[in-house]
Design a protein around this ligand. Structure first.
Ligand code: IPM
Ligand code: MG
Length: 364
C-alpha cells in the first residue's frame, strides 16, 4: 500500500463545499489512523468555475485530477447558471470531466439501511432489504453523440445521436459481470432492444460477454419494464447494467426506493483503479449555506474511494460502520429526520461520524 496519496477535491456549488469539508475531515482522520498521508488539493468545477475562470471545467482542474490518485466531487449547478448556453452550464463541467478522465463506469449502489425504512415513500415490506447496484455506462450514448440544431421547413430541428460501438459496450458489460460475480451472481442488462438499434447491439454484446461468465446468470429487461419492476418488486434486483441515459433515469429511481438520496454515494471509474467519487444528490441550492445539508453521502463516497481506488478495504468498512452506528443511535439531518425539530446540522453530523470512527479504533 502506498503511504502518500494525492486526492483532487472539487467541492463545486451549492451545498458542495459544506459537505466536502466534513468528508475531507473524515479522510484525514483515516489517514492519521492508517499512517497514510492524503494530500488534498482543491480545484474548481461547475458554476464557481464559470464565475471565476469563465468555463465550467478549467484546464487546471483537469490537470489536477489527472495527477491525482482519485477525485472527490461535491455537486455542481444552481439557478444562477440555469439560463446559460450549453457550454457555460455547470453540468457541462461534469460531463467534460467524465470524458477527459475516461470515467466510463458509473457505480450507483442503492442500499436500504434498516434504520431508514420509514424514509421511503414505498411500503416497508417492498423496500426493506433492498440492496442493488446500477452500473451505468457514462461516457457514450446519447449524452456524447453528435448534437445538431438547424432550421427546417417545419421550424427548428434538434438532433441528439445515440451511438455506441462494441468496445464501449463490452467494457461496461464486463464491469457489470465482475461486480455481479462478487455478489449474488445475477446480472440484469437493461435496454430497449424492441425499438433501438444501439440496444440490439448492446444485447448481442452482452450475450457474447456472458460466455466468459458462466457462473453469473444474465437476463435482459426492457427499460420501461425495468422501471416498473423497480417500484413493484425492487428486491428481485442485484446488479443492473445499462447505457448512459437509461442509467441516469433508473439510478434516480433506484435511489428514491431508499427515500434518502442524501445517503447515497457513487463511483465513476476509469480503466484501472482511478476513479471519481461523488454523492448521488445534487447541489441543493435551496439549503446551501445553512449548515443543514446531509454530509453522509459524501462521507460514504470517501469510503467507496478507499475501497475501489486506494485498496483500503478495512478503512472503508470502518467509515461505513461509523455512519451506520450514528444512524442507529438516532441522529438525523433534516432530510431523513422523522421529527424535523430534532434534526442536527452538517458539521455536527460529520463530528459524530468522526467520534464514532475514533471509538471503533480504540483498543478494546
Ligand atoms: C447525474 C446527473 C448528470 C447526468 C447531470 C447533472 C448532467 O443527472 O450524474 O446523474 O445526467 O449524468
Ligand atoms: Mg442523473
Amino acid at each position: 500500500m502506498k503511504k502518500n496519496y494525492r486526492i483532487a477535491v472539487l467541492p463545486g456549488d451549492g451545498i458542495g463545499p459544506e459537505i466536502m469539508q466534513e468528508a475531507v475531515k473524515v479522510l484525514q482522520l483515516v489517514g492519521e489512523r492508517e499512517g497514510v498521508t492524503f494530500t488534498c488539493e482543491e480545484g474548481r468545477i461547475g458554476g464557481i468555475a464559470i464565475d471565476t475562470d469563465g468555463t465550467p471545467l478549467p484546464e487546471a482542474t483537469v490537470k489536477l485530477a489527472k495527477q491525482a490518485d482519485a477525485v472527490l466531487l461535491g455537486a455542481v449547478g444552481g439557478p444562477k447558471w440555469d439560463q446559460n448556453p450549453g457550454h457555460l452550464r455547470p453540468e457541462t463541467g461534469l460531463l467534460g470531466i467524465r470524458k477527459e478522465l475516461g470515467l466510463f463506469a458509473n457505480i450507483r449502489p442503492a442500499t436500504m439501511h434498516s434504520s431508514l425504512v420509514e424514509a421511503s415513500t414505498l411500503k416497508p415490506e417492498v423496500v426493506s432489504g433492498v440492496d442493488l447496484i446500477v452500473v451505468r455506462e457514462l461516457t457514450g450514448g446519447i449524452y456524447f453523440g453528435e448534437k445538431k440544431r438547424y432550421d427546417g421547413p417545419n421550424g427548428e430541428v434538434a438532433e441528439d445521436l445515440c451511438i455506441y460501438n462494441e468496445a464501449e459496450i463490452e467494457r461496461i458489460i464486463r464491469v457489470g459481470f465482475e461486480i455481479a460475480r462478487k455478489r449474488k451472481k445475477r446480472l440484469v442488462s437493461v435496454d430497449k432492444a424492441n425499438v433501438l438499434e444501439s440496444s440490439r447491439l448492446w444485447r448481442k454484446v452482452a450475450e457474447r460477454v456472458a460466455t466468459d461468465y458462466p457462473d453469473v446468470e444474465l437476463s435482459h429487461q426492457l427499460v420501461d419494464s425495468c422501471a416498473m419492476q423497480l417500484v413493484r418488486a425492487p428486491k428481485q434486483f442485484d446488479v443492473i447494467v445499462t447505457e448512459n441515459m437509461f442509467g441516469d433515469i433508473l439510478s434516480d429511481q433506484a435511489a428514491m426506493l431508499t427515500g434518502s438520496i442524501g445517503m447515497l454515494a457513487s463511483a465513476s471509474l476509469a480503466a484501472g483503479s482511478f476513479g471519481l467519487y461523488e454523492p448521488v444528490h445534487g447541489s441543493a441550492p435551496d439549503i446551501a449555506g445553512k449548515g443543514i445539508a446531509n454530509p453522509l453521502a459524501t462521507i460514504l463516497s470517501v469510503a467507496m474511494m478507499l475501497r475501489l481506488s486506494l485498496d483500503m478495504d478495512e478503512a472503508a468498512a470502518a467509515v461505513e460502520n461509523a455512519v451506520w452506528s450514528v444512524l442507529e443511535a438516532g441522529h438525523r439531518t433534516g432530510d431523513i429526520a422523522r421529527d424535523p425539530s430534532k434534526a442536527i446540522g452538517t458539521v455536527e453530523m460529520g463530528q459524530l461520524v468522526r467520534d464514532e470512527l475514533s471509538k471503533q479504533w480504540q483498543p478494546k
